[in-house]
Design a protein around this ligand. Sequence first.
Ligand code: FAD
Ligand code: FES
Ligand code: FES
Length: 479
Amino acid sequence: MTGSIRFILNGELREVSDLPPSTTLLQYLREQAHLTGTKEGCAEGDCGACTVAVGRLKDGKVDYQSINACIAFLPTLDGREVVTVEHLKSKTGKLTPVQDAMVKCHGSQCGFCTPGFVMALSTLMHNTKNANDEDIQDAIAGNLCRCTGYRPILDAARMANKDKDRALPSDAKALKNIQRTKMFAYEAGGAKYFSPVTVAEFADIYAQYPDATILAGGTDVGLWVTKFHMELPVIIYTGNVEELRQIKETPDGLDIGGAVSYTEGFSALAAYDASIENLLKRFASVHIRNAGTIGGNIANGSPIGDGPPPLIVLKTKLVLRSKAGARTLNLEDFFLAYKKQDRKPGEFVEKVIVPKKPAGVQFRVYKISKRFDQDISAVCAAFALDINGGKVTEARIAYGGMAGTPKRATNAEVALNGQSWNEATLQKAMTALDKDYTPMTDMRASAQYRADVARNLLKRFYIETTEPDVETQVYRYAE
Ligand SMILES: Cc1cc2nc3c(=O)[nH]c(=O)nc-3n(C[C@H](O)[C@H](O)[C@H](O)COP(=O)(O)OP(=O)(O)OC[C@H]3O[C@@H](n4cnc5c(N)ncnc54)[C@H](O)[C@@H]3O)c2cc1C
Ligand code: FES
Ligand code: FES
């Protein structure tokens, strides 16, 4: 095997050929490049101390997104540009507006979290001409500060937002020179890494190494290494396979590739209903959403993943591909039991097919977690009811966090089908939910809480669809 990892770091080409593939970008920055402005707090994507901007070519320009360097494996940066806090400067060569405002608004005390906040805000300012308060809060929801408090940081963001000097340094030409047209193969420290660029290449190499770890956004896999110290002898990366990164609108709905990020995939789905957009804001943090993928969220089979419940009630099909060809199944049938999925050796998630939502279908998704931002669901509920002339002709309900897999509420659905959509039917369906699930108690919620919340979310759905003027939304901050 050959090859060195090539990427642009703060305007300079870097080539790495001797570090194991599961070396994180953060380890490289601090230990090899001696760029210690990027900090390590949690090493699991939760605190944002390691936030950097990563650029990749999109339509000839560099598209920057903030990510957590602590869980990004170095080879995934091949063909990308990395900007760290050391590289920021204003047009006059002085502090950037974000850095300057952090000083003027006293947005930093011990300073440990500050580079992460500065990078999160600088990426926001680069991408958004005039960020509003909601945008600002969203951009830094994945960044923790233990001593300053958030108000001065918000003040700093608002002040910087008024400045026009907001572009990150960019070098599209240098990036073009390091793009690959064929699979990148890398080996170091006894471990192998493959980054195919076509689906056919992916299927071939996975057939050759059926025990390999598929790596997508690494928001799970990264933690296997940083927290569980797992060895990953062979890794196959989805992030450079163009077909897996596409979202296609078809006459029947949307085809979303397995390596499409949460940010992009769920933004496309937001047209189905505003509650999807609300769910997206509640999904982890912007940095995790930029990395984590639809395929990864499904393939990991987590019972508390936020993607499956809404996709299941929207009748999503899952396309699995291997060297032998592709097969299509209903998404709900993929989840067999706790952490057991219907995936044969050599198969990977190629795409999901989300049908158009027919007119007349009432759809909502709700997430319940202890915090608004950056928290895993205790319960995630999705409802799609086809209501004609006041009667439910088809009910589809799915919950996450209530069983060992994301699961349909078949008893509640039976209680609704063919019935008038009224209070009496609602009560029957709420009672039927008790037969559908035996939730467990864990650190996120007790079994009783989960059961109560599941019933009450169905009630909330009923209220929202029958009394549209009643305000039921949950906001990040009370004004
Ligand atoms: C701080 C933090 C917050 C989080 N918050 C949330 C949250 O709010 N809601 C939520 O649902 N999840 C959350 N997660 C979990 C995680 O982000 C998701 O499960 C994520 O979508 C996983 O996708 P990924 O692309 O990062 O997958 P990876 O970590 O790369 O992979 C996950 C698994 O899927 C497999 N895989 C990936 N792609 C494919 C493919 N195309 N075909 C076959 N197998 C594949 C991998 O081999 C691995 O087993 C959070 C994680 C972190 C670290
Ligand atoms: S070190 Fe905490 S998110 Fe990376
Ligand atoms: S300034 Fe100390 S953690 Fe934020």
